[in-house]
Design a binder for this molecule. Structure first.
Ligand code: NAD
Ligand code: USQ
Length: 397
């Protein structure tokens, strides 16, 4: 297949690109490199030294003989170029990672809220409109988030995207299937909720074939392909805005920094290792919906964990200390979470779990590159409200 990977320079996009190229697909990355600019804005860098995207593609060719093409294009701002690119290249499948994905960054200031909504909603809508206008029949696979469901579960498992409800009508009770009601917890998560409506409309109105992957928190760093050469290494975010909880705890443990648990750590979240994330995308690609079908929604996660349990597990493993910090986020201090992921299991996913030595692997990567860490960038300082922002601890050490 000819596959366009939008956002292919990012943390999940790069290993997905290599995985699909390795399987023999013709892969094209489309990215505006905004994530690299945001690193500059925040004064941080990936824990792992990342080469330019062109250099990464050159090394991949040297190592494997396979070509990956890179196209510098802003999906949100360059609609005409996007349309022209799709018309010329006519990809068979499009994987859409190209959004601003950090919840804390999206809550930093009003400017960051506006940027996140403008970027994410325009990127998705421009893509959909251009797919219809060019008439290409590509399968669109989008990376969404588990966070669209919210975390105030009533104890029932979260289904895969849709909910059957019973409605009272004058002629008695009727069953209807609806999109599971969204309850986003940040401006970023809100944009993913808006994406869902855009997908529903374009699938129903124009017969676009769309799969939306509601992904949990991705952890780990290596896949079999990123290990093939030092310069193919994946990016690894550790800072307070882009670092996600498990990867952050692992690097904190590696550099002797107290594990930064927000509040009591009673938050339960869904997780998936990067190796399973790329495998799920491959599985979803091979199982495209037909034109006229509703949007196919998968829960892309393999296990759930409570934040304080993760911190305790890592503290036991490494001797790290735990710091219970004021929570900069407005979120339930404690929640349970049960998630259905039957569809990926049925397609053959063999989940990687936390117990398999992969935690050690991340600690090793962190120790190797510890000299690149700026400890002052570790605390999470973006508050969900001005009041919460004022209470954060800038130096838990
Ligand atoms: P990332 O920030 O590392 O990568 C996103 C890439 O998209 C970057 O290379 C960025 O430059 C590019 N991009 C952003 N806006 C663009 C635009 N307007 N035009 C062109 N390119 C643009 O993020 P990631 O961690 O790789 O996540 C990828 C996707 O998966 C995101 O949509 C995210 O919401 C979703 N997701 C990520 C996680 C996670 O834990 N990392 C979990 C669930 C879902
Ligand atoms: N947390 C801590 N300490 C930290 C960092 C986070 O206790 O140092 C807590 C947060 O308060 C939150 C939980 O850990 O309760 C998860 O935070 P996170 O930053 O790991 O994840 P989140 O903000 O939800 O976002 C990440 C990705 C996002 C993706 C989402 C999947 O950045 O792109 O959509 O995970 S999910 O969480 O399932 O919605």
């Amino acid at each position: 297949m000819k596959i366009a990977i939008l956002g292919g320079d990012g943390f999940v996009g790069w290993p997905t690109t290599l995985h699909l190229s390795n399987l023999g697909h013709e892969v094209h990355i489309v990215d505006n490199l905004s994530r690299r600019w945001i690193d500059t804005e925040l004064g941080v860098q990936s824990l792992t030294p990342m080469d330019s995207i062109q250099e990464r593609c050159r090394i991949w060719h040297d190592v494997t003989g396979r070509r990956i093409r890179f196209h510098l294009l802003d999906l949100a701002k360059e609609y005409e170029r996007l349309k022209q690119w799709l018309a010329e290249e006519k990809p068979d499948a499009i994987i859409h990672f190209a959004e601003q994905r950090a919840a804390p960054y999206s809550m930093k200031t009003d400017r960051h809220k506006v940027y996140t909504v403008d970027n994410n909603v325009s990127a998705t809508h421009n893509l959909l409109a251009a797919m219809v206008e060019t008439g290409i029949d590509a399968h669109l696979v989008h990376l969404g988030t588990m966070g669209v469901y919210g975390y105030s579960s009533v104890g029932a498992p979260i289904p895969e995207g849709y909910l059957d409800v019973e409605i009272d009508t004058p002629s008695g009770k009727k069953e209807q299937e609806i999109l599971y009601p969204t309850k986003p917890g940040s401006v970023y998560h809100m944009t993913k909720s808006l994406d869902q409506i855009l997908f529903q409309f374009y699938a129903q109105n124009d017969g676009l074939r769309i799969t939306d992957l509601h992904q949990g928190i991705v952890w780990g760093t290596h896949t079999d392909q990123t290990r093939k050469h030092e310069q193919l290494v994946n990016r690894f975010d550790y800072d307070g805005d882009y670092g996600t909880v498990l990867n952050r705890f692992l690097i904190q443990a590696a550099i002797g920094y107290p594990l930064t648990v927000h509040g009591t750590g009673g938050q339960t979240r869904a997780f998936i290792h990067i190796r399973d994330s790329v495998r799920c995308i491959e599985l979803a690609l091979g199982d495209a919906p037909k034109a006229g079908e509703r949007v196919r929604i998968f829960n892309q996660m393999t296990e759930t964990h409570r934040v304080r349990d993760l911190a305790e597990m890592i503290a036991k493993m490494t001797g790290a200390k735990i710091a219970n910090l004021p929570n900069p986020r407005k979120e339930a201090p404690e929640n349970d979470l049960i998630v259905k992921n039957d569809q990926f299991l049925a397609l053959g996913l063999d989940p990687t779990t936390l117990e398999e030595g992969l935690l050690d692997e991340v600690v090793e990567v962190a120790r190797k590159y510890a000299y690149r860490i700026d400890r002052s960038r570790v605390p999470a300082v973006s508050g969900w409200t001005k009041e919460l922002g004022a209470k954060v601890e800038r130096d838990p050490e």
